[in-house]
Design a protein around this ligand. Structure first.
Ligand code: HEC
Length: 222
């Protein structure tokens, strides 16, 4: 009997407390650091009140400057540095001097690069990179590069990156489909499909600073 009285007393007290705490009209609860609880974030995609915001750098200070662009020179977290060369015939010639940021890839990364190659490139270049993918054999696109030839075995990573990034003749640019890291790692994967550098005849690609050095390193590590 005593027990039941205790339990009832506790229940009644509980109900009383919860009812009391709901009575927020008279005394709203205290908010610790209201700025954090109710943030004043502005929606980046909402229309901006022109009385508050400006896209004109000269109005900075008077209004909030916001042009939806990242600050100049910033790089997305996890993204690689931009390719330093713009699209230009002369830059193509010296593109080989730009080093592949990856010395070697883990097995998982190489498998992923292979998957991306098969999705994006094999349609023309073929899964073995010999240039006999379905579009290659269809005859609709001419002169698809056989990437297992000496010419491409000797082509430095940087020059391949240039062509994959800006496109070359019938090959389009892959800059918008593949991140920089994906493009560089696909090149590593292409190396695994090519014959070893040592076996290939030495016909260095034109205008590169040290193609032999860059290439033998990448060809060995694949
Ligand atoms: C639409 C067909 C097509 C697709 C898809 C394609 N390529 Fe090519 N690729 C070509 C052709 C054609 C050439 C020869 C361009 C030339 O030298 O005129 C070429 C050339 C190349 C070269 C040599 C570039 C040079 O500077 O001579 C590399 C490297 C290459 N492709 C890699 C790739 C990779 C990697 C992908 C996938 C991300 C890819 N290609 C997707 C058609 C294609």
């Amino acid at each position: 009997m005593k027990r039941i009285t205790y339990i009832t007393a506790i229940l009644v007290a509980g109900v009383a407390i919860s009812v009391a705490s709901c009575d927020s009209k008279r005394e709203p609860g205290k908010v610790y650091m209201p700025d954090m609880a109710y943030s004043r974030a502005y929606e980046s995609y909402a229309a901006h009140d022109s009385a508050l915001f400006t896209m004109d750098p000269n109005d900075k200070g008077a209004k909030i400057f916001y042009n939806s662009m990242p600050a100049a020179g910033t790089i997305k977290r996890g993204e690689l540095f931009p390719f330093p060369l713009a699209k230009d015939t002369n830059n193509y010639k010296i593109a080989g001097t730009v080093k592949n940021p990856f010395d070697s890839l883990s097995k998982a990364d190489l498998t992923e690069a292979g998957r991306l190659f098969n999705i994006n490139c094999a349609i023309c270049h073929g899964e073995k990179a010999t240039g006999n993918g379905p579009l290659g054999t269809s005859g609709k696109i001419g002169a698809i590069a056989n990437l297992t030839l000496d010419q491409y075995v000797n082509m430095p990573d940087g020059q391949m990156f240039y062509s994959i990034t800006y496109g070359k003749n019938d090959m389009g640019s892959y800059a918008s489909q593949l991140t920089r890291a994906q493009r560089w790692s696909i090149i590593k994967y292409v190396r695994t499909l090519q014959p070893k550098k040592e076996a290939a005849a030495a016909t260095p690609a034109t205008g590169t600073a040290s193609p032999a050095k860059t290439d033998s390193a990448t060809a060995k590590k694949g």
